[in-house]
Design a protein around this ligand. Structure first.
Ligand SMILES: *[C@@H]1O[C@H](CO)[C@@H](O)[C@H](O)[C@H]1NC(C)=O
Ligand SMILES: *[C@@H]1O[C@H](CO)[C@@H](O)[C@H](O)[C@H]1NC(C)=O
Ligand SMILES: *[C@@H]1O[C@H](CO)[C@@H](O)[C@H](O)[C@H]1NC(C)=O
Ligand SMILES: *[C@@H]1O[C@H](CO)[C@@H](O)[C@H](O)[C@H]1NC(C)=O
Ligand SMILES: *[C@@H]1O[C@H](CO)[C@@H](O)[C@H](O)[C@H]1NC(C)=O
Ligand SMILES: *[C@@H]1O[C@H](CO)[C@@H](O)[C@H](O)[C@H]1NC(C)=O
Ligand SMILES: *[C@@H]1O[C@H](CO)[C@@H](O)[C@H](O)[C@H]1NC(C)=O
Ligand SMILES: *[C@@H]1O[C@H](CO)[C@@H](O)[C@H](O)[C@H]1NC(C)=O
Ligand SMILES: *[C@@H]1O[C@H](CO)[C@@H](O)[C@H](O)[C@H]1NC(C)=O
Ligand SMILES: *[C@@H]1O[C@H](CO)[C@@H](O)[C@H](O)[C@H]1NC(C)=O
Ligand SMILES: *[C@@H]1O[C@H](CO)[C@@H](O)[C@H](O)[C@H]1NC(C)=O
Ligand SMILES: *[C@@H]1O[C@H](CO)[C@@H](O)[C@H](O)[C@H]1NC(C)=O
Length: 768
């Protein structure tokens, strides 16, 4: 077995990037770890040994100007290899802590910049990462969920050093006050091992101090071990003192006579002892790198990749399929035995980054592809409310923040509820948590980026929401928050209905229509009239307000990260009212087609200057809205165009930030041929990429999607569809029809648009 695994490993290394590898149950061959690492995708290419693993071990690269959100940059110098990272995030880098840096020769001053260029590009596969430094040091990495293995090969004929700098943490150059800080720690050497902890703070979520413990060892005794303390300019001490402590930089330097050195390091949020237990139980002494890599690959194959199978043979498409699945499961991080804040029998997940990004496509796909982990994640956020009083919209380093718009955990909970997630979820508590968001004004955290109300949790603009039924410019992001608060209240309506709380249900259904209060029918733009715009306390609209402008489109502005044009296509639970305000069905189609017309909006020059920005979440649903007016053919057209134009299998293959995998989940839904309507139990029908795709659901059930007559570039129009063997005339299917106990969808595709979906239009529960 061990021999077979090593052969397997060597084979896949040798065939890295090539297609001839034949083990058909090893889907890791299709995962390109560098997909989406460039062009602002910010994907983490390092070792993530299991979905949602706490340890994410990889390189930290500096070029002195660029924020390395995941630690990785394609160019620049590597200045350490650290055990914790985020993937596909923005705002500011987080983590990059518990590092080692190999140095050829002895180290005069461990506080100076030890960064090294790479002699060749890094290589990676699932469970494995390798960097070759310009000074001849090779570094290979493998990991388990709470521990990492570093395998070094130093140039022969010289001593070999490894520097551990407790102060190592990813910096930010943006100057927005979101850079991480180092606030001291502890470093203790004993023989060939070391223990300690580091304290860090801040980052995008404005976190207070938090602590991570570590426990490392080497496979051999060092010729010399020194510890150091100092700051960026002065080395205070550099000797063999066993213990150092304080807020200055500190750490240790192990110098070996041998050229091949292996180190094992465990981490924990609880204690050094737990960090030591983690490494000893997961990577016992004598473990080989290959065995750890194989374990990670088996884990991803078993738990994730083998659940989705296809007859597709095009390796580009297979790379997209499996790399996107991988990329959506790197965060959140499962820290169930590693919660330093409270003791609970509930699971605990951190690194939600963020529900604002994930609620549309991400969490809905998580339920399909990872139902067990998904239920744990739902329980985890309710438990955070139980102990801290608030659901998170975003969270990392055990600290909630930030909230960009609404309290979107409400949408996530509603989606889980309507799609039947029960298990061990306490829905009375789940609803109480949502009700906190809907009723209690969160304390102002006085965020310098928008100090009018909380950016940490809940709904900061709730006072206006309750008083006026809209949000006045007294509050930042007033219009986009109002659009999101409507969806949040719709989520409360859904869960309250299910729990038979009829008064609450009708109250929140009414409130979910409040987005309408921002609609100024007089406001025109590009032959369309009626847009959501800023509105004052006296009831008047800001008029005129250019629907192509969102000011700085950021924290202090009336719209967050997208235009009035885009936000005026939201209100998805009330879409027929939106359509009536937009004219009629034809007017709505015309308005949608304007949104996708090239050349109208220079700010989106990366996307043909369409008003549609495929690189951000507020417009995720928009290409599919044609289904609500009987034009499923146009949904297929525009969604396929976006998928093919803005995504590819390369390192720049994600349009903008992955956003914790949100982008991956948008395109995965496109490949499947469905689109989720979060908070409701149905899916809009698109156009599948595959002749045969099988998605394993719970135990012994699956969704099978087939197509005939299709090809990616031209033949993607649905000609006809059967669902579970029955001819289908609706542009939507429910959770119950195809997911709850499995199902089958058989498409006929072709080059010509056909109005096949002339049956019942999709639901719009608030539009009565
Ligand atoms: C093929 O890959 C699977 C999944 O990684 C592994 O369990 C199996 O041992 C491999 N088979 C061979 C013959 O290498
Ligand atoms: C050992 O490495 C150091 C630092 O890279 C270098 O300056 C020195 O020349 C090397 N010594 C030998 C004997 O290669
Ligand atoms: C690293 O490479 C860059 C670009 O090639 C070069 O400018 C720089 O001097 C190199 N740094 C070191 C430490 O060799
Ligand atoms: C190395 O990476 C850079 C940046 O991703 C890429 O442009 C270049 O083609 C790569 N070189 C090789 C030899 O793969
Ligand atoms: C963080 O820790 C540092 C030193 O350990 C301390 O000086 C500082 O007050 C702490 N900050 C907070 C917010 O607790
Ligand atoms: C340092 O490590 C040694 C060996 O593990 C342990 O006995 C000692 O208590 C530690 N010292 C401190 C201050 O943590
Ligand atoms: C480092 O410490 C020295 C000596 O205490 C001090 O003069 C210097 O200002 C410090 N530098 C920094 C960057 O804190
Ligand atoms: C760190 O130093 C402080 C003050 O000198 C001391 O009280 C504390 O016990 C030390 N902590 C450790 C873990 O050594
Ligand atoms: C060191 O590792 C290299 C490859 O990583 C190997 O070729 C070499 O034999 C090893 N040397 C020793 C002394 O183990
Ligand atoms: C595989 O798919 C890619 C992306 O759709 C396409 O560009 C390529 O031509 C296909 N290759 C073959 C051999 O069909
Ligand atoms: C709600 O009421 C219906 C009809 O009376 C009942 O079947 C259902 O069990 C109730 N649900 C809850 C959560 O009480
Ligand atoms: C719907 O379209 C089908 C053909 O695709 C046609 O046979 C049927 O009569 C149409 N139904 C309605 C209600 O228009």
């Amino acid at each position: 077995m061990a021999v077979a695994l090593i052969v397997n490993f060597v084979l896949s290394l040798a065939s890295f990037g090539a297609a001839q590898y034949t083990n058909t149950s090893d889907y890791t061959q299709y995962v390109d770890l560098f997909l989406g690492t460039e062009n602002g995708g910010n994907m983490f290419p390092g070792v993530v040994p299991a979905p949602f693993s706490m340890v994410k071990l990889g390189p930290d690269v500096e070029d002195g100007t660029t924020d390395a959100y995941s630690g990785y940059l394609p160019s620049g110098q590597i200045w350490g290899f650290s055990m914790m990272h985020e993937s596909g995030t923005g705002g500011a880098p987080k983590y990059g802590v518990v590092s080692q840096m190999p140095v050829a020769g002895t180290v005069d001053n461990p506080l100076k910049d030890l960064g090294q260029n790479r002699s060749v590009n890094d290589t990676a596969m699932v469970g494995y990462y390798k960097s070759s430094l310009a000074n001849g040091v090779d570094v290979e990495l493998a990991a388990t969920e709470h521990a990492g293995l570093y395998q070094y090969s130093f140039p022969a004929g010289n001593t070999s050093s490894v520097v551990i700098d407790v102060s190592h943490v990813l910096p930010s150059y943006r100057g927005l006050g979101w850079g991480q800080g180092y606030a001291g720690g502890h470093f203790n050497v004993s023989g060939n091992s070391y223990t300690g902890y580091g304290i860090y703070n801040n980052g995008w979520n404005l976190a207070p101090n938090w602590t991570v413990y570590f426990c490392g060892s080497f496979d051999q005794y060092a010729a010399s071990v020194k510890t150091f303390t100092g700051n960026d300019t002065t080395l205070y001490s550099y000797d063999n003192t066993a213990v150092t402590n304080g807020t200055y930089r500190q750490g240790g330097v192990f110098t070996f006579d041998g050229a091949n050195v292996t180190s094992r390091v465990g981490i924990s949020f609880i204690s050094c002892a737990q960090a030591c237990d983690n490494v000893e139980s997961e990577i016992p002494e004598g473990s080989t790198l290959n065995s750890i890599v194989s374990k990670a690959q088996d884990c991803w194959n078993d738990q994730v990749f083998s659940r989705v199978t296809t007859t597709e043979t095009n390796t580009t498409v297979l790379t997209q399929l499996y790399s996107y699945m991988y990329g959506m499961m790197l965060i959140p991080s499962n820290r169930s035995d590693e919660n330093p804040l409270w003791t609970s029998s509930e699971p605990y997940y951190d690194d939600i980054f963020t529900f604002w990004d994930l609620f549309r496509c991400g969490t809905a796909l998580m339920q399909v592809l990872q139902p067990s982990a998904y239920e744990e994640q739902i329980r985890s956020i309710i438990d955070i409310w139980r102990h801290e009083g608030w659901l998170p919209d975003a969270r990392s380093s055990d600290y909630t923040g930030r909230t960009q718009g609404g309290s979107n955990a409400d949408n996530v909970l509603a989606d889980a509820y309507v799609k039947g997630v029960r298990g061990q979820v306490n829905w009375q508590d789940g609803y109480s948590a949502m009700k906190t968001d809907a009723e209690v004004v969160p304390p102002n955290n006085h965020d310098p980026s928008a100090n009018d109300s909380s950016t940490k949790e809940g709904r900061g603009a709730l006072p206006d929401w309750k008083e006026y039924g809209y949000i006045t410019p007294k509050f930042s992001r007033a219009v986009s928050r109002a659009v999101e608060y409507s969806a949040n209240d719709f989520g409360l309506y859904q869960v309250a209905s299910g729990l038979n709380m009829t008064d609450d249900a009708s109250k929140y259904l009414n409130r979910s229509r409040n987005w309408r209060n921002h609609w100024n029918p007089e406001q025109t733009s590009l032959n369309s009239s009626g847009f959501v715009v800023p509105r004052y306390a006296n009831g008047s609209f800001e008029y005129p307000y250019d629907p192509m402008q969102c000011g700085g489109c950021y924290w202090p502005d009336p719209y967050y990260e997208d235009t009035p044009w885009s936000y005026s296509f939201n209100g998805h639970h009330d879409i027929y009212h939106l359509i009536s305000l937009s004219g009629d069905s034809d007017g709505f189609v015309q308005r949608l087609e304007t949104f996708f017309e090239p050349g109208l909006y220079s700010s989106n020059s990366a996307y043909g200057s369409t008003l549609f920005n495929p690189g951000n979440e507020p417009a995720f649903t928009t290409p599919y809205l044609f289904n609500f007016v009987g034009r499923q053919d146009l949904s297929a057209k525009y969604s396929r165009h976006a998928a093919k134009s803005y995504y590819n299998a390369g390192s720049s293959g994600i349009p903008g930030n992955s956003d914790a995998g949100a982008m991956q989940t948008w395109i995965l839904w496109n490949m499947i041929g469905l689109y989720p309507m979060t908070g409701q139990n149905f899916f809009l029908i698109g156009s599948p990429w595959f002749e045969h795709l099988n998605i394993m659901l719970g135990t012994n059930t699956s969704l099978t999607i087939t197509s005939t007559g299709g090809n990616a570039d031209t033949a993607y129009y649905v000609q006809s569809l059967k669902v579970n063997g029955q001819p289908w005339d609706r542009a939507w299917v429910t959770w119950e029809e195809v997911f709850a106990s499995g199902g089958r969808m058989d498409f006929v595709l072709g080059t010509e648009p056909v109005r096949w979906a002339n049956g019942t239009l999709p639901p719009s529960p608030a539009s009565v």
